[in-house]
Design a protein around this ligand. Structure first.
Ligand code: CAA
Length: 383
């Protein structure tokens, strides 16, 4: 067992930390307040290689491991979770599945552009009536011989209005239930495809979340990923890795809030001394730091198992549900430590508290993670 990071992993962590502190921090309050998409910041993240971190260099990626990805996600999320979700979705939910299951032609045509950050991708699974219950897909992909005819609506899609390439999950053979589902690569300019309303959200307000509408969209057969009926397995396998990314995002939100609370407690005075000298504050800081460290170890182990090619689905679900609860709890305590200052935007912790909530919801709610963990345990798939 080795708890040391490699030099390369530390370099990536430091690069992400510097970028987050020096670039993302500027304007983060305004972007959140006015729902301003971080166009320039995304461009810079692409130049730094954050959008295709784990993709093989042959497809314009960074060829990094999952541990490096976790370290970068934590640092970016400490400052701006709206930016880090863009990184997470492009890496985990779009590039990963294309690289693992796509054809050579699909990789040449789409993965190279996505991994370099030349364009963004989106993952379209959720529907108005199929969120957690993801097997109940209403979007249909009718087999018309050499193309699929796509009809339906997708909801809450990250990068929805900014992406150029969409991985769309849709039902082709309803009688086969989840084994009849396909995943199709849809280009933004396909006739019949429309980006719907932009969501006005509680948190991650600068990220771009939309509904998507498909009306008789013709998708060539060569844009199906994997065999006929592989779409649900594709989505589940993709989400297993995505959950490591969101767990790391939750960790970053928690550790960002903790660092702000620790620093504030050393300068704010009450009852004749800095508040860090009061046991009530000390115990809060101790609990925050303990839980953050537990989450970090769990996430790194999930990343390690993924890098080793082992089954990491149980641990990824555990890490996501644990880390997102830690993010919620820690950010609430960080606001409490800041008192009245914590309730206003200037001190950042109220934003982190709002951003934390989504980590308990997207890429599988906390309840879905518990379904995954318990079913795996009963099948004998442990950590
Ligand atoms: N890994 C691999 N396979 C999995 C899996 C996992 N974690 N979870 C389920 N499966 C497989 C099962 O083994 C089963 O396969 P077989 O039939 O071949 O055995 C198949 O999926 C169906 O599973 P169940 O029979 O357990 O189906 P269910 O309907 O009872 O439960 C579920 C499935 C686990 C709840 C699943 O629907 C699920 O994960 N739902 C949540 C979906 C989700 O995470 N949505 C997030 C949207 S994406 C997003 O948020 C993106 C964004 O923009 C940020």
């Amino acid at each position: 067992m080795d708890f040391q990071f490699t030099e390369e992993q530390l370099m990536i962590r430091d690069m992400a930390r510097n970028f987050a502190q020096n670039v993302l921090k500027q304007g983060v309050i305004e972007r959140d307040r006015d729902m301003i998409y971080p166009t320039d910041e995304v461009k810079q993240m692409a130049e730094l290689g954050f959008l295709g971190m784990m993709v093989d260099p042959q497809y314009n990626g960074g060829g990094m491991d999952t541990i490096s990805y976790v370290l970068a996600m934590e640092e970016l999320s400490k400052v701006d979770a709206s930016c880090s979700v863009i990184v997470s979705v492009n890496n985990s939910l779009v590039c990963w599945g294309l690289e693992k299951y796509g054809t050579e032609a699909q990789k040449e045509k789409y993965l190279k552009r996505l991994a370099s950050g030349e364009c963004l991708g989106a993952f379209a699974l959720s529907e108005p009536e199929a969120g957690s219950d993801a097997t109940s897909q209403r979007t249909t992909a009718e087999d018309k011989g050499d193309y699929y005819l796509l009809n339906g609506i997708k909801n809450w899609i990250t990068n929805g209005g900014k992406a150029e390439i969409y991985l769309v999950i849709a039902q082709t053979h309803p009688e086969k239930r989840h084994k009849g589902i396909n995943v199709l690569i849809v280009e933004r300019d396909s006739p019949g495809f429309e980006v719907g309303v932009k969501e006005d959200k509680l948190g991650i307000r600068a990220s771009d979340t939309h509904s998507l509408i498909f009306t008789d969209v013709k998708v060539p057969k060569e844009n199906r990923i994997g065999d006929d009926g592989f779409g649900f397995t594709f989505a589940m396998n993709t989400l297993n890795g995505g959950r490591i990314g969101i767990a790391a995002q939750a960790l970053g939100i928690a550790s960002g809030a903790y660092e702000l609370a620790l620093a504030y407690s050393k300068v704010r005075k009450a009852f004749g001394t800095e508040i860090c000298n009061h046991q009530a504050i000390q115990f809060k800081l101790a609990d925050m730091a303990t839980e953050i460290e537990a989450a970090r170890l769990m996430i790194l182990k999930a990343a390690y198992l993924k890098d080793q090619g082992e089954d990491f689905s149980t641990l990824a679900a555990m890490a996501k549900s644990f880390a997102s609860d830690v993010a919620m709890k820690t950010t609430i305590e960080a606001v409490q430590i800041h008192g009245g200052y914590g309730y206003v935007k200037e001190y950042h912790v109220e934003r982190l508290m709002r951003d934390a909530k989504i980590t308990q919801i997207y890429e599988g709610t906390t309840e879905v993670q518990k379904i995954v963990v318990s079913r795996n345990l009963l099948k004998g798939i442990t950590v």
